[in-house]
Design a protein around this ligand. Structure first.
Ligand SMILES: *Cc1c(COP(=O)(O)O)cnc(C)c1O
Length: 354
């Protein structure tokens, strides 16, 4: 494809890498020297380029700001012990970007544009990929409307970008979650399955109320009855009841997480019993009360696995077994981290070397 041959590269004259303390990386505040951009104009992707990281200029009338015509992705790259940069399942993120885009009338980003943009950017900024165990390079691709038109209609112009942020080990402190039975993250027929900007803005207020009560995150329930568990923050949620791994089945109100899919594939490979189905709040609280709920965790790119320490429901907190006893979650975490870093075999072909 022509587009891949024509990535223009403008290198920075002043690398900022020497100012970065790689031993103390905050999440999402430090960005690498370069960024990738491409424009959609007159029905075609054009002008793909890697330029110094910096502010961008947009029209104040862009529908991305007014109407939330914006979607994003999140994935990670790690450095293997031999120094290769390994990216985890990037083609799945590319596909999901286009699933999200279709829902809010955006043109697909071609696979070549996504992959070549990513690999060109990463090879230029490869010294920014942290080497320490647990650290990684967080990759944020995103797509937004770039029209200068304040009317509400599908846009004609778009900008696709990728920015990179080195992040430190995510100290997976166990999370306290609260089952939300009043507010709704995503309704049937809505945009919950898309990584669309507006979903996250709308979730801030209910999450803040729960944080004021001392919880870290919400466990969202379905918008219609609030009786079925859906997901948590930007993570899918999983439970081990007795010896069975249980997770809500995907629907149009649940984001199809790549970590979720990876955990399920490993569990099935290990011969564990796995159920993807509707999961009622009653069933999980019952299992918590009678000691059958052995494990609960969130699955997502940022933390990989976030153990759930306690679940708040109707004003009461239910504590789960000690983290050290969470056999499955600990095992699958080690396995996934090992695959991502290239220190364990990759039987599903999840790793792309860049
Ligand atoms: C991104 C996201 C996830 C997790 O997806 P991964 O591909 O595993 O990172 C889960 N739920 C929501 C709402 C998300 O935005």
């Amino acid at each position: 494809m022509v587009v891949t041959e024509s990535i223009r590269i403008e290198r920075t004259k002043h690398s900022r890498i020497s100012q970065v303390d790689f031993a103390n990386l905050p999440f999402g505040k430090i960005y690498t020297d370069h960024m990738f951009m491409a424009d959609y104009r007159d029905g075609e992707w054009k002008n793909s380029r890697v330029v110094p990281y910096g502010h961008i200029s947009i029209s104040p009338a862009t529908p991305a700001i007014h109407y939330g015509q914006a979607i994003f992705e999140g994935m990670k790259a790690m450095k293997s012990p031999s120094g290769d940069v390994l990216v985890f399942r990037p083609a799945d993120n590319w596909m999901r970007l286009n699933v999200s885009g279709e829902r809010i009338c955006m043109p697909p980003v071609p696979e070549e544009l996504f992959m070549e943009g990513l690999s060109t950017l990463i090879s230029l900024d490869q010294n920014w990929v942290p080497k320490d165990e647990g650290s990684s390079l967080y990759i944020r691709p995103f797509l937004f409307s770039a029209d200068e038109y304040i009317g509400i209609r599908p846009s004609e112009n778009f900008t696709f970008m990728i920015i990179l942020s080195p992040v430190g080990p995510y100290y997976s402190t166990p999370v306290k979650v609260k089952i939300e039975t009043q507010f709704t993250r995503a309704a049937e027929g809505g945009t919950g399955y898309a990584k669309a900007g507006g979903n996250y803005g709308a979730a801030l207020y209910p999450a803040k109320l729960a944080q004021d009560e001392g919880y870290h995150q919400l466990l969202w329930t379905d918008g219609k009855t609030h009786q079925y568990i859906e997901e948590s923050g930007t993570m899918n949620v999983m439970f081990v009841v007795d010896d069975t791994l249980i997770t809500p089945a995907l629907s149009d109100s649940i984001l199809a997480g790549i970590t979720r899919d990876s955990v399920l594939k490993l569990a099935r490979k290990w011969g564990m019993r796995v159920e993807e189905r509707k999961v009622s709040v009653t069933e999980i609280m019952e299992a918590a009360r009678n000691g059958r709920l052995r494990e609960a965790f969130g699955a997502g790119t940022a933390a990989t696995i976030a153990h759930i320490e306690l679940i708040g429901f109707e004003g009461k907190d239910y504590y789960l077994p000690a983290i050290t006893e969470r056999k499955f979650a600990n095992k699958v975490y080690e396995e996934l981290e090992g695959i991502k870093r290239g220190t364990r075999p990759d039987p599903f072909g999840w790793i792309t070397k860049m």
